[in-house]
Write a protein that binds this ligand. Sequence first.
Ligand SMILES: [Zn+2]
Ligand SMILES: [Zn+2]
Length: 220
Amino acid sequence: MSEATRTVDAVTEQALIAELFDLVRELHGKKQAEEIVRSFDGVFATHDSQAERMTIAEHWRDFYRLRKYRRLMRRRRPTYAERMTACSACGYPASHRHHLWNIQAHGENEVTIQLCPNCHELQHLMYNALVRDSAYSQKLALHVLASDTVKPETARMVLDWCRATIKYEIDNGWVEAYRATDDWVNQRLRWSEFVAKTATKSEPPPKTRTRKSSRASSKG
Ligand SMILES: [Zn+2]
Ligand SMILES: [Zn+2]
């Protein structure tokens, strides 16, 4: 073995053990972590062969990486205060935590909104219809939208959050850009149909509204 190879291996071993110890310190309380680190030092000291030490270090590094990953993926139990927060979409007085950044990609995170069980389901149905090409979710979402039981402003809010998530995922390159467009939303959720139908229901037909009044309202 050349001197250069030996140096590279020593650096690799040091980095491996440093990562292992960092993981131990991240996953355990201070006192326990130092005990574990000490016992690893003891184990490494009994192995003269660098290859053996690296095999051991690699095994435990992978073990602790997995534990860290599992901890990261664990959903935090919602607090009472969160559960008793009104639904952000419809106002129902109890709610679930919905992750706008999904847990699979980000682990437990604070980018959440509170949605009641119904709005929460609708959110996931819409998302799956738009992003996962799920015919099952699309059929259910269309059924809910056609039922006349969801207020248009509620459905609009749920859709807006859905699109916020999709846009974020588009920006990260995880999802194709067309999936947040109006065309796609119309195609998958018949959104303009829903808007037209609910608009004619909630507003009496304008009888003699004059065109003059448009002067003051310049916003789009
Ligand atoms: Zn709701
Ligand atoms: Zn959710």
